[in-house]
Design a protein around this ligand. Structure first.
Ligand code: NAD
Length: 458
């Protein structure tokens, strides 16, 4: 790193931030030149998948206080998505956005072009639907880029295993990789985890979580309009299709499954699942609107996960743990704030609170980025893909149990070979979709007890 870099960090960071922590993190990038390769201290960003979360993740990256970042390239399959995202980011972060027209890329090869605008050590943000994660991660590793990728990182057993292998490749290259299971970066949940490990709840015997809402995201879709590309229609409504997202179960419940497994400090070994389609009307997607999965850990203890997307029913978005001494709230009403607390008993009476996180909770969407950028600047080992892939595989295991009506084990997930979209890396704008509708415009749905070796029959 040049002397200029030190000068630039000194001016931008040391004058701006007087705290010792800020000084340490600003200098850390100088001390370890290999961590990012720009000729100044700026970490350059490329955004691949310019939708809601991608736009938010880019904003979090540029809000990080651990040193300068700049967005230099964007990629999407839809021009309108890219333009809307660009305008929103530019409005907020004008000076940190330098994406000329010839660094805005559209199409299925756009990810390569955007990553080619970066130098080794910069960061690519992967926020497309998860079907494309392994394709984009493979190229990021080849280019020597650090990565932030959204959850789930895989949609089925084969791609989950592929991500575990890719994680090893990234590790060998000393790349830093963050995965958007941001609840792991929530300071309140981190304190709860420490308290559980310090035996304040006894042994955890049961965990349970709920995501009960009305129709959510694009999980419920009607027939494709005439004249629109099947592939692009499905991408636009990716929660509706298992090959793109793992469907409603994977996309919506993975956070609750992951935070419960984190508190238990273990991954389940098997799943028994239930679910069905109730009021379908004109909806033709692949999802059940009710899911209930009983996971079993190696020590025989249980995690119960309930998901429902039906209007007019009880709504809840929360995770709980029950130990031999007491119970705890892991999250109470969504992801943040968590409102973590430990009770004195198994009841959740406000009179019985033994501990609660009482300070304001910083957004975990921001702390996950602060942690990633700090790891890059300080050259710390940082690779969240193994646990992100494990969470994705365990989630797919529960979903498969519900969709097939069979017990599915973690062992099964090592050998199951139904890859929903094996040629997703070869797609072009005019390709057929990996999933085809029938002559009535409907997509194949799971049939528990009838289709039992895979989640749907094509
Ligand atoms: N951590 C969280 O709380 C959280 C919240 C929302 C979404 N997410 C995750 O973020 C991801 C994106 O979700 P979203 O809500 O932003 O969806 P979105 O539809 O708003 O954005 C996805 C974008 O990716 C683009 N895209 C699709 N395929 C592409 C490809 N092959 N190459 C380039 N661009 C492509 C789409 O056109 C779209 O603009 C999903 O994995 C989702 O689960 C995470």
């Amino acid at each position: 790193m040049s002397e200029n870099a030190l000068g630039s960090i000194s001016r931008r960071e040391l004058l701006k931030n007087s705290s010792r922590v800020a000084v340490a993190s600003a200098l850390a990038g100088v001390a370890i030149p290999s961590v990012h390769a720009s000729d100044d201290s700026t970490i350059r960003l490329a955004l691949v998948g310019c939708g809601g979360r991608g736009t938010g993740a880019a904003a979090n990256a540029m809000s990080s206080k651990s040193g300068p970042t700049r967005l230099v390239a964007m990629a999407d399959v839809f021009d309108d998505r890219l333009q809307t995202s660009y305008q929103s980011i530019k409005l907020r972060f004008d000076k940190q956005v330098d994406v000329p027209e010839d660094q805005k890329f559209i199409g299925f090869e756009a990810y390569k072009q955007a990553m080619d605008c970066l130098r080794p050590g910069d960061v690519v943000i992967l926020t497309t639907p998860p079907a494309f994660r392994w394709v984009h991660f493979t190229y990021a590793i080849e280019r020597g880029l650090n990565v932030f990728m959204e959850k789930p990182v895989a949609v089925d057993a084969p791609t989950g295993r592929r991500m575990l292998k890719l994680a090893e490749e990234a590790k060998k290259k000393n790349l830093k990789v963050g995965v958007g299971l941001m609840c792991r970066h929530c300071v309140a949940r981190q304190e709860l985890f420490d308290r559980i490990r310090a035996d304040q709840m006894g042994e955890l015997l049961m965990l349970r979580a709920y995501r009960l809402a009305g129709p959510t995201g694009s999980a419920f879709v009607e027939r494709k309009p005439e004249g629109m590309s099947e592939l692009l229609y499905q991408i636009r409504h990716f929660h509706a299709f298992l090959w793109l997202s793992g469907g409603a179960f994977s996309d919506f419940l993975i956070h609750n499954i992951d935070e419960c497994c984190w508190m238990k400090d273990a991954w389940p070994v098997k799943a028994n699942g239930f679910g069905g389609r109730h009021y379908r009307g004109d909806y033709v997607d692949q999802n059940f609107d009710v899911y209930s999965v009983e996971y079993t850990y190696g020590d025989g203890t249980k995690l119960f996960i309930d998901g429902r997307c039906i209007a007019g029913c009880h709504q809840e978005f929360a995770s709980y743990a029950h130990g031999t001494k007491s119970a705890a709230v892991i999250s109470f009403a969504g992801h943040a704030p968590s409102r973590c607390r430990i009770q004195n008993a198994q009841t959740f009476s406000r009179k019985d609170i033994a501990w609660r996180y009482s300070k304001p909770e910083p957004s975990p969407y921001q702390t996950e980025w602060d942690d990633l950028i700090t790891a890059i600047r300080q050259g710390k080992d940082y690779n969240e893909v193994p646990r992100g892939a494990e969470a994705s595989i365990v989630t797919a295991m529960g979903r498969m149990a519900a969709h097939t009506g069979q017990i599915v084990t973690r062992e099964d997930m090592r050998t199951l070979d139904h890859e929903f979209a094996p040629h997703v890396d070869k797609l072009a704008l005019d390709s057929a979709s990996p999933l085809v509708a029938d002559s009535d415009g409907r997509y194949p749905v799971p049939q528990p007890g009838i289709v039992t070796r895979r989640e749907y029959q094509v």
